[in-house]
Unconditional design. Structure first.
Length: 298
């Protein structure tokens, strides 16, 4: 083996070791959270948390799923909103991005400035709430969980820059063949934009899955609450019970003394992040390419 090949092999080995150690460092906190969610309160107080539960228990999950119908309903709401909202977000943002890449369009510079202003400035919570409730009538509707986050200036600029990196001859050839703008967008640009579309898909899915703000502001009916809002209420109830320790009846004090409050919080993390983590492996190969090309070029 030549010296250059030997150095290359050693370099690749060191890089692999570094990446492996970094992956373990990133994975370690989540493994600790999973283990903590199955650790009893007594073991946590006496010995702390570790990768292997000192005293295995499912009390935290038992408390969370005490009323499983509410959890299942909240999951259905969140999954439906995430799927519908992500699909709409992809189409709306990509269509807007396609429009602002057409330099021959009248007023395209104004459109670009308009999109940029919405990313830098906000009208405030009160005007936003008045528009959503009194103008659009979004109170207690599933649309309230989807519509406010469909358009994103950041995602529009990511897709726009990716479209700009594509040869303009693709658009011109489509026009010569008699294709409409929408057909060029649908059959030429979108199939070639899988990396950036996968990146935006991940951003949008994470935003919809983790959203609790719109459920708090616009949804009053408990059966329409998304998962994040329901679990936020569970945490608030647990904190309230813990604050009453010492002032309640003896049996309630005993119950609260054995209540795995930290374990419940960790179980909440597992429940809320577990499903969305499963999405990432399917889009990971597009993610780096999409975010680099979409943010640098143009």
């Amino acid at each position: 083996m030549s010296r250059s090949n030997q150095k290359l092999t050693i370099g690749n080995f060191l890089i692999s070791v570094f990446v492996g150690l970094f992956a373990v460092m990133c994975l370690y906190p989540f493994l600790m959270v999973i283990s903590g969610s199955f650790t009893s309160r007594t073991s946590a107080v006496m010995d702390g948390f570790s990768l292997i539960p000192g005293e295995f228990t499912t009390d935290a999950y038992t408390i969370l799923f005490a009323n499983s119908n509410n959890i299942i309903k909240a999951y259905q709401v969140t999954i439906s909103v995430t799927i519908i909202g992500t699909v709409l977000s992809l189409f709306v943002n990509s269509m807007m991005a396609f429009v602002v890449t057409r330099t021959n369009l009248v007023g395209v510079k104004v459109l670009n400035i308009y999109v940029l202003i919405t990313m830098l400035f906000s009208g405030g919570i009160v005007p936003w709430y008045i528009i959503c409730t009194q103008v659009l009538g979004l109170t207690d509707t599933y649309t309230a969980l989807v519509l406010p986050m469909v358009a994103s200036a950041w995602n529009v600029f990511l897709i726009r820059n990716y479209f700009r990196s594509m040869p303009n001859e693709l658009y011109e050839s489509g026009r010569i063949d008699g294709a409409s703008n929408f057909r060029i967008y649908w059959q030429i640009y979108l199939p070639l934009a899988k990396p950036i579309m996968a990146t935006v898909l991940l951003f949008a899915a994470l935003a919809y899955w983790n959203d609790w703000w719109h459920g708090l502001m616009l949804i009053r009916r408990s059966e329409m609450q998304p998962l994040q809002m329901l679990l936020r209420a569970v945490i608030a109830n647990i904190q309230f019970l813990m604050q009453q320790a010492g002032t309640a009846t003896p049996w309630m004090n005993e119950m609260m003394a054995n209540l795995p409050s930290d374990g419940v919080r960790m179980a909440l993390v597992v429940i809320t992040t577990g499903p969305i983590i499963l999405v990432y492996p399917f889009v990971q190969r597009y993610f780096v390419k999409g975010i680099m090309v979409g943010s640098v070029k143009g």
